[in-house]
Design a protein around this ligand. Structure first.
Ligand code: ADP
Ligand code: ZN
Ligand code: ZN
Length: 743
C-alpha cells in the first residue's frame, strides 16, 4: 500500500502556506512520520526544498501518478512531536499568521548542531583555603572569579550553564580556576557516575499551613490523574515559589516533567538557584540570549528525558518533554506572555491547550492576577487557590497616599513629598534600604512650551520626544534624535522645557537632599549593556547602595530583605495610556512595587504619590485589596464590552502611503459591515494612536464580539479574501486577538 506525506514547505511565503502531498518511496518507509524534516522536489523546476511532514496517510489527494516522491529525509534533523505540530495548528487557527510561522515558533531549533555535554563545576578547596583564595581575588580585583568562588562556597557544585548565563562568569575565568586546580569541571560522563553524585542541599523551608493547603489541593488531583488549570492568587511574599516546587516534586515522583515560565526580567540568578538548590542538575534554563547550539542542547536533553524541569520565558513553553505533567506560569499577569510577533499567541492560553493535549495541569500564579484569569476563575473555568498572608508571617507593608496637588499648594515643589523625605531620612538612619519607583524613563518626559502648548514630536513617528541628560531629544520608537531647542519653534517663547521628571532627575534631587546616601539607578539607559541589569541588582542585593531608583524593571518579583521603604513617585502616569488595560496595569504596578517593601524581618512602608488620590486603582492598591479592584474593574469592562467579558480583534493596516492605508481600512470596513455578523461591533477605521512609525502609516479597526470563535471565523474570511487580491499587496495587514498594547 502506498503512503503519502503532507509536507509544509519551509519558506515563509503566504502563498505556500498549505501542505503539499508527496509519495513516500519504498526505501524511506518507516523513516517518515509527522514531525520529520524532509527534502522534496518543488515547483516546475523541481528545485529541492526542505519541509516538515505534518501528516502521513494512505489516501492520495489527486491523481497518484502525478504525485512526486519525497527525495530524502534531512540528515541530522530532529523529529518534532506530533503534539507540538497539533499545537502549531491550533495557534495558527486562533491567532492568525501562517502555518510556517506557527511551526517555527513551536520548534526551537531545526538543524542539528554539535551537542555540548553537560558540565558541573565543583569546588576543590576546603573552606579555609577557598577563603584565602577569595581574598587574593578581591585584592587583584578579579571580580568575576571572586563572584564564582563566593557562590561555590555557598553551593559547592554549580551547573556550568547557570554560572555562564546567570552569574556572568566567562569561560576564560572558569578555565583559569580549573588550571589552578581551585575547581574541577565534571563532564557529563563523570557526573552520571554515582561517586560524583551531586550533593544537593536539602531545602530548609517547610511549608506553612496555608501553603500546604494550596499544594494539597493540586497534589490530590495530580495523584488522581485529574488535570486542571489552577489560579494561585497569593499576595506578594506569600511563598508561591515554594508551592510550585512542592508540586514539581510530586510530578517528578510520578516520572513526569514540568515547565516553569517566568518573565525574562524576573529570571535572575537568585530565582534559578532556588530551583537548582532543590532539584540539582535535573533543572535547565532557557533564555533569549542562548545561541542556536545551546538551544539545541536543551532541546535534545529535554527530549531524551535527561532533564525534568525547564525554566524560562515564553518560548520555554515549547520544550519537547515527552511526559509533560505540569506547566507553571509565574507572574501570569505579565504582558510579556503575549507574543508581539506572528503568531501573536498568548502563552497562558497556549499552555492550557498544550496541557490538554499532553494530559498535564497548569498552575498560574500571581499576586495581582490578570483580570482575564480571575474572570475565568470566577466562572469556574480555573480553580482558584488563595494564599492570603505572607509566608513567614511578616505583615504586609503599611501604605500611605500623598496628594501631590496639596503638596504644591503648601509650597513644596520637589518631586519628593515631605512625608516621603521624612520616611527616607528615618530609613537611612536605620541603615535600611529604599526603592524609588517611577513609571517613566529619560531625564524628563516630553518637552512642551508653557506659552503656546507646542509639544516636541518625532518627525517620523506620532509620539513625543524625550529629553535626555546630554540635552538631546530622543524618539523611543525609532531612535531619532535632535538637540533640544532653547526657544519654541512655534511661538519663539523661551518657556519651553522638560515637563515631568525622569529617573536621572530624581537621582539628582535625591543626591542633593541626601548627600551621604549611595544611589543606584536602573532604567532603559543604565541597562543597555549585556549584563548591566543583573549587576545593578546584585550590587543592591549586596547592600552596596542605600537607594535604588528605577522604572518598571525594579518591581518585578525581586526579593531584597533589607528594603523597608518603597516610594512610588508618580502613580498616575500609567493611568492615561490610551488602552483599556491602563487601570489594571496601574493597580498591578503599584501593588507589585509596594510588595517589595518589608520582605525580610522588618516591617515595610510604602508611600504612593499621586494627583488622583481617590481613584479606585490607587485606593485599592493602597489597601492591597485585589478583590475590591477586580469588582470595580470588571463592572467597567462589562459596561464597555471589553475583554474578558467580550472579545476584541485588532486589525492593523500599515503602508508607506497614507492614502493606501486609509483606502484598505475603509474597504475592509465596508466588507465587514456587509457581512452583517450578528452581535459584532466595529470601532474605526481610525488612525492608530501612534499614527506613524518610521514613516510607515498605521490605521486600525477594532472588532468586538461576545464569542471568540466568531472573531476567528471573521479573520479566516478576511484572510481568504486578501489571499488573491493584487491591489492589497503593498498594504500589510495583521490580526491581533485581545491585544495587550494599544497601537
Ligand atoms: P512569592 O513568590 O509569593 O512572592 P516567595 O516564594 O518568593 O514568594 O517567598 C517569599 C520569601 O518567603 C522567600 O524569601 C522565601 O524563601 C520565604 N518563604 C517562603 N515560604 C516559606 C515558609 N514556609 N517558611 C519560611 N519562609 C518561607
Ligand atoms: Zn510655544
Ligand atoms: Zn521616531
Amino acid at each position: 500500500m502506498a503512503l503519502y506525506a503532507s509536507v509544509i514547505i519551509d519558506i515563509s511565503h503566504e502563498k505556500l502556506d498549505r501542505a503539499f502531498q508527496y509519495r513516500i518511496p519504498e526505501e524511506l518507509s518507516g523513516q517518515i512520520y509527522a514531525g520529520v524534516q524532509v527534502s522534496v522536489p518543488f515547483g516546475n523546476g523541481n528545485h529541492i526544498r526542505q519541509g516538515f511532514v505534518i501528516e502521513v496517510t494512505d489516501k492520495a489527494e489527486f491523481d497518484e501518478r502525478k504525485i512526486k516522491a519525497v527525495a530524502s529525509v534531512v540528515k541530522d534533523s530532529i523529529a518534532v512531536e506530533t503534539q507540538l505540530i497539533a499545537l502549531a495548528h491550533w495557534m495558527r487557527k486562533n491567532y492568525g499568521g501562517t502555518m510556517n510561522q506557527a511551526l517555527k515558533t513551536v520548534i526551537p531549533v531545526r538543524q542539528k548542531i554539535k551537542a555540548r555535554e553537560k558540565r558541573i563545576l565543583c569546588l576543590n578547596l576546603d573552606e579555609e583555603k577557598a577563603r584565602e583564595q577569595l581574598s587574593v581575588f578581591h585584592k587583584k580585583h578579579h571580580t568575576a572569579r571572586a563572584r564564582l568562588l563566593e557562590e561555590l562556597l555557598r553551593h559547592p557544585q554549580l551547573s556550568y550553564e547557570i554560572v555562564m548565563q546567570k552569574l556572568n562568569v566567562t569561560a576564560a575565568a572558569i578555565r583559569a580556576l580549573e588550571e589552578k586546580k581551585i575547581i574541577t569541571v565534571l563532564r557529563e560522563i563523570d557526573y552520571r557516575t554515582p561517586t560524583a553524585k551531586l550533593k544537593q542541599e536539602e531545602s530548609q523551608i517547610t511549608l506553612n499551613a496555608m501553603q500546604r493547603q494550596a499544594a494539597d489541593a493540586v497534589r490530590q488531583n495530580l495523584r488522581k490523574g485529574i488535570n486542571k488549570t489552577y489560579l494561585l492568587h497569593g499576595v506578594t511574599g506569600s511563598g508561591k515559589t515554594e508551592v510550585y516546587m512542592e508540586l514539581i516534586a510530586e510530578v517528578i515522583r510520578q516520572g513526569r516533567q514540568a515547565i516553569v515560565l517566568i518573565p525574562e526580567i524576573a529570571l535572575t540568578y537568585q530565582t534559578v538557584m532556588r530551583f537548582y538548590a532543590k532539584f540539582g542538575a535535573r533543572v535547565s534554563i532557557m533564555n533569549s540570549r542562548l545561541s542556536k547550539g545551546e538551544r539545541y542542547d536543551q532541546f535534545l536533553r529535554a527530549k531524551k528525558g535527561e532533564i525534568d524541569i525547564m525554566i524560562g520565558p515564553r518560548s520555554a513553553l515549547f520544550t519537547p518533554f515527552l511526559r509533560l505533567g505540569l506547566i507553571i506560569i509565574d507572574e501570569e499577569h505579565e504582558g510579556t506572555y503575549k507574543s508581539e510577533s506572528l503568531p501573536k499567541y498568548h502563552a497562558r492560553e497556549t499552555a492550557v491547550e498544550r496541557a490538554a493535549m499532553a494530559g498535564a495541569s497548569v498552575v498560574l500564579g500571581s499576586a495581582t492576577p490578570s483580570v482575564d484569569s480571575y474572570y475565568k476563575a470566577k466562572k469556574g473555568e480555573y480553580q482558584l487557590i488563595e494564599l492570603t498572608g505572607r509566608a513567614a508571617s511578616q505583615p504586609l507593608p503599611v501604605c500611605d497616599v500623598v496628594d501631590l496637588r496639596q503638596e504644591l499648594q503648601s509650597g513644596n515643589r520637589s518631586i519628593l513629598s515631605r512625608k516621603l523625605q521624612d520616611c527616607m531620612e528615618d530609613c537611612l538612619a536605620k541603615k535600611q534600604q529604599i526603592m524609588l519607583f517611577l513609571n517613566r524613563r529619560g531625564l524628563s518626559g516630553f518637552v512642551s512650551c508653557r506659552a503656546c502648548g507646542h509639544v516636541m514630536k518625532c518627525p517620523h513617528c506620532d509620539v513625543a520626544l524625550s529629553l535626555h541628560k546630554n540635552g538631546r531629544l530622543m524618539c523611543h520608537y525609532c531612535g531619532y534624535g535632535e538637540t533640544a531647542p532653547s526657544v519654541c519653534p512655534n511661538c519663539a517663547s523661551r518657556y519651553i522645557s522638560g515637563f515631568k521628571a525622569g529617573t536621572q532627575k530624581i537621582e539628582e534631587v535625591v543626591k542633593q537632599r541626601f548627600p551621604m546616601a549611595r544611589t543606584l539607578r536602573m532604567d532603559f539607559d543604565t541597562t543597555r549593556g549585556k549584563d548591566s541589569y543583573e549587576q545593578i541588582l546584585s550590587a543592591f542585593w549586596g547592600q552596596e547602595a542605600d537607594i535604588l531608583i528605577g522604572t518598571q524593571m525594579i518591581v518585578k518579583g525581586h526579593d531584597f530583605p533589607n528594603v523597608t521603604l518603597v516610594g512610588i513617585l508618580a502613580a498616575d502616569m500609567s493611568m492615561y495610556a490610551a488602552d483599556y488595560r491602563a487601570c489594571e496595569r496601574t493597580f498591578e504596578l503599584l501593588t507589585q512595587a509596594a510588595g517589595r517593601a518589608g520582605r525580610g524581618t522588618k516591617t515595610g512602608e510604602v508611600i504612593i504619590q499621586t494627583y488622583n488620590p481617590d481613584h479606585y486603582s490607587i485606593q485599592t492598591a493602597k489597601n492591597q485589596d485585589y478583590k475590591a479592584f477586580y469588582r470595580e474593574e470588571i463592572s467597567i469592562r462589562k459596561l464597555m464590552g471589553y475583554p474578558p467579558v467580550s472579545n476584541l480583534l485588532l486589525v492593523l493596516f500599515t503602508a508607506k502611503e497614507e492614502k493606501a492605508a486609509e483606502w484598505a481600512a475603509a474597504y475592509l470596513a465596508a466588507l465587514i459591515r456587509k457581512a452583517k455578523v450578528e452581535g459584532l461591533k466595529m470601532i474605526g477605521p481610525a488612525s492608530a494612536s501612534i499614527g506613524k512609525v518610521n514613516d510607515i502609516y498605521r490605521r486600525v479597526i477594532y472588532l468586538k464580539h461576545g464569542e471568540y470563535g466568531k472573531l476567528v471565523e471573521l479573520k479566516d474570511r478576511l484572510e481568504l479574501f486578501l489571499k488573491d487580491r493584487a491591489d492589497f499587496k503593498r498594504i500589510y495587514i495583521s490580526f491581533d486577538f485581545n491585544p495587550m498594547n494599544s497601537v
